[in-house]
Design a protein around this ligand. Structure first.
Ligand code: IMP
Length: 373
């Protein structure tokens, strides 16, 4: 059966979008299963550059159907903007959103920016952890189905305010439920017609033999269960997440393409055995972002093979343009770690590897690769 999954094998930002582009002729539906606005990809149409976080990048090819699956957490303002981008491009592609997906509400984002997650894990402050927390908690969650009428959405938001009043006071979240409803009405109205039961939709399409590309978000090492916990995201960006996040059976996935960057990057905190710019440099690097470039002297040291680790790390940031799409943070960089990749390939059952950004290493006299521990 015709599902191809594209899954990042490191800590995200492996260049999944490039492979989606290459595969665009072979599928009609591009579906995303997990995560939310923490993911980021840049689409360059030749005329304009779009920074996207939610909709699958496959829909930037003409006449595709894009599905935002039930496993996702969706911020309404971001989705609204992205739907507008797609309308601007007017390429015949359409977006549908699973009614079972969860909504990232303003309090989720607020709590992610003001809570421990951001400081201890270095989250993207997109409200991802708090939204999945609400999903697991069940009594205070808001799902995309709740956007179906203005009254239903109002009832839900009011109920959450009743339940979380104490918490909102404690964390200093000052908006009223009325503010939130007023702020979000434009987005609710625009998204409401796109809401479908995507599970039934995808199963029917599978039955009809339609080719589906499941676009993974983040990377396997950020997996909530299998990644470098607790320095992970709050979903399963591995193969299992594709099944649960779209409602498709495991044996419908015919092909698993693992995306491996020729070196390693990670954003946020957590272990990184082959790192060249160490974690303590992270904040310094962020403040350097705007003027991060290599001097002629540094270029010379790199060419001679006499650069130290820190300079090699800087080289990878600059040559690889390793800045986050969502936060603009400088990514931590290091050598390829095959020990980790071997592990993620096994977890995901990868049967094809796409090695990306090899050109960044072009011309280096000496390369290191982590082989085992
Ligand atoms: P959160 O997903 O915003 O909660 O962040 C948790 C961790 O996952 C942090 O280390 C983030 O930097 C990282 N992360 C989340 N999304 C991405 C992504 O798309 N690329 C790379 N790292 C990510």
């Amino acid at each position: 059966m015709p599902v191809t999954a594209v899954i990042g094998q490191q800590w995200g930002d492996e260049g999944k979008g490039k492979v989606v582009d290459l595969k665009s002729k072979t599928f009609e539906i591009a579906a995303r299963a997990t995560g939310g606005r923490n993911a980021g990809h840049t689409v360059n149409t030749g005329e304009k550059v779009y920074k996207l976080h939610l909709i699958p990048s496959g829909v930037f090819h003409p006449n595709k159907i894009g599905i935002l699956g039930n496993g996702m957490v969706i911020e309404l303002e971001t989705l609204y903007k992205e739907i507008k981008f797609l309308k601007e491009i007017d390429n015949g592609s359409k977006i549908y959103v699973s009614g079972k997906a969860h909504v990232t509400m303003p309090w989720h984002k607020y709590s992610d920016s003001h809570g421990a997650g951001e400081k201890k894990i270095g989250t993207t402050k997109s409200g991802i952890g708090p939204t999945y927390q609400s999903k697991a908690n069940r009594t205070e969650a808001i799902r995309i189905y709740d956007l179906k009428t203005k009254e239903r959405f109002e009832r839900k938001v009011k109920k959450v305010f009743g339940l979380k009043k104490g918490e909102f006071e404690r964390i200093g979240f000052e908006k009223t439920y009325r503010d939130i409803l007023d702020d979000l009405e434009y987005a609710r109205k625009a998204i409401e017609p796109l809401v479908i039961d995507s599970t039934t939709y995808l199963l029917r399409e599978l039955y009809n033999g339609t080719n589906i590309l499941a676009e993974g978000a983040q990377g396997a090492l950020l997996d909530y269960d299998h990644g470098t916990y607790p320095f992970v995201t709050s979903s399963n960006p591995t193969i299992g997440g594709i099944c649960t996040g779209l409602g498709i059976p495991a044996n419908s996935i015919e092909n698993v393409i693992g995306i491996v960057k020729a070196y390693t990057t990670r954003v946020g905190f957590g272990p990184f055995p082959t790192e060249l710019t160490n974690e303590s440099n992270l904040n310094k690097e962020i403040s350097l972002k705007s003027k991060l470039e290599l001097t002629t002297e540094e270029e010379e040291l790199i060419k001679n093979g006499t650069a130290n680790d820190e300079l090699m790390g800087k080289y990878l940031v600059v040559k690889g343009k390793e800045f986050g799409t969502t936060t603009g943070r400088v990514r931590r960089c290091g050598w390829l770690d095959l020990g980790l990749v071997k592990y993620t390939l096994a977890i995901n059952g990868v049967n094809e590897i796409a090695l990306t950004k090899l050109d960044v290493l072009d011309g280096l006299p000496k390369l290191k690769i982590g082989t085992n521990y």
